[in-house]
Design a protein around this ligand. Sequence first.
Ligand SMILES: NC(=O)c1ccc[n+]([C@@H]2O[C@H](COP(=O)([O-])OP(=O)(O)OC[C@H]3O[C@@H](n4cnc5c(N)ncnc54)[C@H](OP(=O)(O)O)[C@@H]3O)[C@@H](O)[C@H]2O)c1
Length: 307
Amino acid sequence: MRLPEELQFIENARLPQKTTQARMDGKLCILTGATSGVGYHAAKRLAQGGARLVLVCRNPHKAAQVQAELQHAYGNQVDVLQADFSRLDEVRIAAKGILASYPHIDVLINNVGLHNTHRMMTNEGFESVFCVNHLASFLLTHLLLDRMVASAPSRILQINSQGHRFGGLDLSDLTWQRRKYHGLQAYGASKTAQLLTVWELAERLRGTEVTINAMHPGEVRTNIGMNNGPVYRFYQRYLIGWMLKNPNISGEAIYYLVAAPEMAAVSGTFFNQTIEEKPATHALDRELGKRIGAISEQLTGLTHVLT
Ligand SMILES: NC(=O)c1ccc[n+]([C@@H]2O[C@H](COP(=O)([O-])OP(=O)(O)OC[C@H]3O[C@@H](n4cnc5c(N)ncnc54)[C@H](OP(=O)(O)O)[C@@H]3O)[C@@H](O)[C@H]2O)c1
């Protein structure tokens, strides 16, 4: 029996995933959040495929370890840039550094992500999860966009989540001041905002040979949520940990989406790992997408760059 459309993602997770043997020798890939989980496994798979890597990470010690490990194992060029994505000023500095050092960018993978059980605010006045998961990747992508267009064909991949299905996006309360904070909904809001802006950007990039897609990396065992209190950490580690998969499946899926020749012209699409999937209805509202896009440009100070 086929599941109803809104539950199709459960069935898709069980389907055999696509892989590619295509190489990425010499291709320059910018990857955020490579120090753990999904990002670490993506970095490993990209290095194995021959890519040159620029890892944008907040923890320089962890990043240096990954850099040394990958250089030793695969002999690739692996560079590191430091940026905390809860600070948009640091994202701007990282983008400036990338533009100054890399005249050609083949791939941008926005992977950094966070889940908080309690409301936290950034120094710049944003709700942390919304800032780290959406605003920071939105800003980085836009600051690198001209370079990606000049480097075309090139690909942008947003590491999104089935968590977008939790909803929670309220344009009149992006800081959760009026509503009681709910971690899963705040996570859902950030991922919904990111997805909505993918459709807008895909449309804007039509004809440029720059693609932008979003993917859910699978339910995998990582450090996500481990910044929360002991009760949540116990729940994550012991109650649901055994159900989660090895994040090397995420690395393989990400590699397929950015390396496979058959993906070269695919844009504006959501994938469950490598299976094309329909997102939740609220994440397909193009009117809402235009509004969150304009708000995100304003909040990140991009408006003057884009006009
Ligand atoms: N795990 C899953 O089952 C799952 C499911 C759906 C979607 N996802 C998505 O997959 C992506 C990766 O998550 P993960 O599961 O691999 O979690 P993870 O193991 O916690 O990795 C998150 C990465 O993001 C970095 N990061 C977190 N906050 C940051 C900040 N303020 N500034 C810069 N970097 C920051 C972390 O750096 P540190 O090492 O310094 O902490 C780490 O490199 C996220 O976008 C997440 O939403 C994961």
